[in-house]
Design a binder for this molecule. Structure first.
Ligand code: FPP
Length: 255
């Protein structure tokens, strides 16, 4: 295991860690599909929402360790455009979690220089959820540390469809020509236009699929899957995923 991780394991603070830039291979952007809350709860004979509540505690832990390690962007898939199909009680609970989390954690996020961001559509989101997240985005907008990017009511196909529509409108208005379009044009019209693509995707709970998450952005990302259910996911698992990433050779189609 690399020196930086041994140090982290010894519970040193971020101030004690070596300059991450020198290591060169720390993933800058990590995206996580936090899966398995329902199964975790079922195994314990608890209602599904108990799994989501436990999952929120894990979000708190992983955000802290990611920020301390110097990760630049952490994108968390908190609610997908498909999650509306769940029972209303579960949907309401899930959509209440960002507010609960931010109520408890926003002061610490501010203290740790974290910037909160949001991707997804605001359509149909409850007002209280939107207000809580927008306040966090505003209160942290001048911070310069890790970007904590919540994918909330997010679906990648919807995102791409909206990008295509807005590019189409520019073409209709004569501001762009079809032949001038590039991959950068598409990137610029996605909800992640301000971010680099994820270097590493983590999915918990043993499911090996993308579930409509960042389909464009994950084109060259490294994937790491674990059977661990999200509520059982530990800082050590996160560190292991990064250590595995660091051993991978990224070739981007080259040799
Ligand atoms: C998938 O597990 C998980 C979700 C749909 C929600 C993820 C949300 C959290 C982990 C908490 C979010 C916290 C904040 C602060 C926004 P599942 O319910 O599909 O699990 P299953 O596949 O075992 O049923």
């Amino acid at each position: 295991m690399l020196e930086i991780f041994s140090k982290w394991k010894a519970n040193l603070t971020s101030a004690d860690l070596p300059d991450q830039a020198e290591e060169g291979k720390l993933p800058q952007h990590i995206a996580i599909i936090m899966d398995g809350n329902g199964r975790w709860a079922k195994r314990k004979g608890l209602p599904r929402i108990a799994g989501h509540r436990e999952g929120m505690k894990v979000v708190t832990k992983i955000v802290r360790v990611a920020s301390n390690m110097g990760i630049e962007v952490l994108t968390l898939y908190a609610f997908s455009t498909e999650n509306w199909k769940r029972p209303k009680k579960e949907v309401d609970y899930l959509l209440g979690l960002p507010e609960r989390y931010l109520k408890a954690e926003l002061p610490k996020l501010i203290e740790n220089n974290v910037q909160v961001r949001l991707i997804g559509t605001t359509d149909h989101l409850p007002d209280h959820t939107l207000r809580a997240v927008e306040k966090a985005v505003k209160d942290t907008e001048s911070n310069t540390g890790m970007i904590l990017n919540f994918a909330l009511n997010y679906g990648s196909r919807y995102e791409m469809l909206e990008a295509v529509k807005s590019i189409g409108r520019l073409i209709e208005e004569g501001k762009l020509s079809a032949d001038s379009l590039t991959e950068e044009t598409i990137h610029a019209h996605l909800m992640t236009s301000q971010l680099n693509d994820p270097d590493l995707l983590i999915r918990t709970s043993g499911e090996i699929r993308l579930s409509n998450f960042m389909l464009w952005q994950l084109a060259y990302s490294e994937f790491w899957f674990t059977d661990v259910l999200w509520p059982d996911f530990k800082e050590q698992d996160f560190v292991e995923a990064i250590a595995v990433y660091q051993k991978r050779k990224r070739r981007y189609g080259g040799v």
